[in-house]
Design a protein around this ligand. Structure first.
Ligand code: ATP
Length: 307
């Protein structure tokens, strides 16, 4: 494993970058084991979920959070900035909640907290009624699939990169996932098909193709809870619509948190949270928010005119 050769002092850097970008979180499991900022409670049990995920509701209850509250900044006498203020919402099992708002408003922080990269300072986050601080991190992460903004792929075969969602998956299962993510045709046309190497000296994938690989991975993993961090980079609009349709397919009946950059993605969400500076300033479904004629409605009008 190439990871074993990465000098330890790089691990922290990589880990911080990964946490920052939500990129390829799952790839870094083994690295994360080595630099834990949060630890499992002694004898913490695994998260208990129904086999069909039908109880996998997610709740944020009065969550307040700042990065590094007692760390280097506090030591230097700098007050840590509160990034999230009293955030409460629920994603009922199988439903989708979308988060929108300006850059820096705290959207990705919600996702990082749900994946338990950090523990909250006030309030709690539960999955199926269980405080995620009281169960093992690995079981929480096992229950969550992430389609990040920008998927980093391994310098390995296409098959390996997809099967990473469920190590041990058969070629048939990998192909089925790739077909569902609409990337099979592209792979089949490559010189060695699923054995083609990806990466710098191998097959180069566009942003959309990488996202499809991430979707295929997540389909294989088949977790009850999903986080989508919608790409900010411009895909062409046909591609964008296709990927949106695929994401909707993957998240059907899954408890889903979507960090949305395009409002067209959120129209069907059970609830939309409009964030600003760490506060939820508006919430409701699309029709309710349009009727409220506030921030969301003006964001919507702006995007419609842009399109
Ligand atoms: P974007 O749409 O640009 O991704 P966002 O709404 O997802 O933005 P976050 O990434 O959640 O915003 O960041 C919220 C705030 O927290 C920002 O002001 C950011 O500077 C700050 N922040 C993010 N990560 C850290 C960190 N590791 N340490 C300290 N502050 C951080």
């Amino acid at each position: 494993m190439i990871q074993l050769y990465i000098p330890l002092n790089f691990l922290g850097v990589i880990y911080r970058e990964i946490k920052q970008s939500l990129t390829d979180l799952e790839k870094m499991f083994s690295l994360m084991e080595r630099e834990r900022e949060i630890a499992d409670a002694p004898e913490a049990p695994p998260l208990q979920l129904a086999a069909d995920g039908s109880d996998a509701s997610v709740r944020f209850e009065n969550v307040t959070f700042s990065y590094d509250p007692a760390g280097s900044k506090a030591a230097a006498g700098i007050e840590a900035r509160t990034i999230l203020h009293h955030i409460s919402f629920e994603i009922p099992a199988g439903k989708t909640v979308a988060v929108v708002g300006p850059s820096g408003s705290g959207k990705s922080t919600l996702a990082r907290l749900l994946f338990r990269f950090y523990d909250v300072q006030q309030g709690r986050i539960t999955i199926a009624g269980q405080d995620i601080r009281n169960v093992t991190q690995s079981s929480v992460r096992q229950a969550i699939g992430i389609v990040p903004q920008d998927t980093v792929l391994f310098n390995d075969t296409v098959e390996y990169n997809i099967a990473y969602g469920r190590p041990g998956a058969s070629r048939g299962e990998v192909e089925a996932a790739a077909k569902a993510a609409h990337i099979h045709g592209f792979i089949a046309a490559a010189p060695k098909g699923y054995d083609t190497m990806v990466g710098e000296r191998g097959l180069k994938l566009s942003g959309g193709e990488k996202q499809r690989v991430a979707i295929a991975r997540t389909l294989l993993k088949n977790p009850p809870v999903m986080i989508f961090d919608e790409a900010t980079s411009a895909l062409d609009s046909a591609n964008e619509r296709a990927i949106q349709a695929e994401l909707q397919g993957v998240s059907r009946n899954k408890t889903t948190l979507v960090i949305a950059h395009r409002l067209s993605t959120v129209v069907d969400a059970h609830e939309i949270l409009v964030m600003d500076a760490g506060h939820i300033i508006e919430r409701g479904n699309h029709a309710e928010l349009l009727a409220a004629n506030g921030r969301y409605a003006s964001m919507w009008a702006l995007q419609q005119s842009g399109e």
